[in-house]
Design a protein around this ligand. Structure first.
Ligand SMILES: O=C(O)C(=O)C[C@]1(C(=O)O)C=C[C@@H](O)C=C1
Length: 274
């Protein structure tokens, strides 16, 4: 005998029960954040964004996810929850460099930081970085894999903002907001994670082929640096910078200076949807 399917009204009652439970849990999460504000002293540091903690949360979400709800949706729901609770702790604006295209950058800003934080658009990374520099806890979003100028040199001073995250936290080929971006902010001491360090490097003797010589050792964004007859590089390295320096030397490149301009959690990649 085949089992009779449940009545539609019963299923809807179940859905109402789950929706109410989820809403109550979110309100309970809000109560915990209310206490966390005092424990964490968020008002003092000016920014509540803790990218290493968020990277870890997003990874665990992806690992436990299954069922017919698309991962993109689960991820975007939690990005909205976490970024809104970040905003609730200490309001901030997102300053985005729209050079990679308005649609791609807007999708990235909204996917990762929701609609509660105001989005301020800039044409060029320098404007976004300057706005973050002038703020206490704002976040800048700039493209991570291309540049038209060496904006990262604006991060060299000790009291300048730093790169604190690379987004998306969970990378995949078909990510709905997959533009690779760096998040920049005045870092709170406990917001810093040094899995990958990012360096502003001035070199001479640079050619397009030299970038390839670094291979998997580091990711490099290069722009011409006319004053040095060479290049200004933004170098992301998972290991010791000295390995990059010796690979560059071997390739005939002279490192004039290297300055730490930020760091972020290890990148995490999952397969695209089957
Ligand atoms: O864990 C924290 O420090 C929080 O502020 C909480 C929380 C969250 O909502 O889960 C919010 C902001 C941080 O970036 C990380 C996580």
């Amino acid at each position: 005998m085949t089992k009779k399917p449940p009545a539609l009204s019963d299923l809807r009652r179940e859905i109402d029960r789950i929706d109410e439970a989820m809403h109550r849990l979110l309100m309970e999460r809000g109560d915990i954040i209310d206490t966390l504000i005092k424990v964490k002293n968020t008002q003092e540091s000016g920014s509540a964004f803790r990218p290493a903690r968020e990277a870890d949360m997003m990874r665990r979400l992806v690992e436990r996810h299954k069922g017919i709800l698309p991962l993109d949706t689960a991820e975007s729901i939690w990005r909205t929850i976490i970024s809104t609770f970040t905003f609730v702790q200490a309001p901030f604006s997102v300053h985005a460099d729209m050079t990679p295209g308005d649609a791609a950058m807007r999708d990235s800003a909204r996917f990762h930081f929701g609609f509660t934080a105001p989005l301020v658009t800039h044409i060029g990374a320098a404007g976004a970085v300057a706005a973050v520099n002038a703020s206490k806890g704002d976040i800048g979003l700039v493209p991570a894999t291309s540049a038209s100028g060496a904006w990262w040199q604006m991060l060299e001073a000790a009291d300048a903002p730093k790169i604190i995250a690379r987004l998306p936290f969970v990378e995949r080929a078909d990510h709905p907001a997959g533009l690779p971006v760096f998040a920049i902010s005045h870092p709170a001491e406990d917001a810093i994670v040094r899995d990958v360090t990012v360096w502003s490097v001035r070199v001479s003797g640079w050619t397009a082929a030299t970038g390839g010589a670094l291979g998997p050792l580091a990711e490099v964004v290069a722009v011409p640096d006319k004053t040095l007859d060479g290049a200004a590089l933004l170098v992301s390295v998972a290991g010791d910078f000295e390995h990059v320096a010796s690979a560059l030397k071997k390739a005939g490149v002279t490192v004039r200076s290297h300055t730490l301009v930020g760091s972020h959690a290890t990148r995490y990649t999952v397969d695209a949807r089957a």
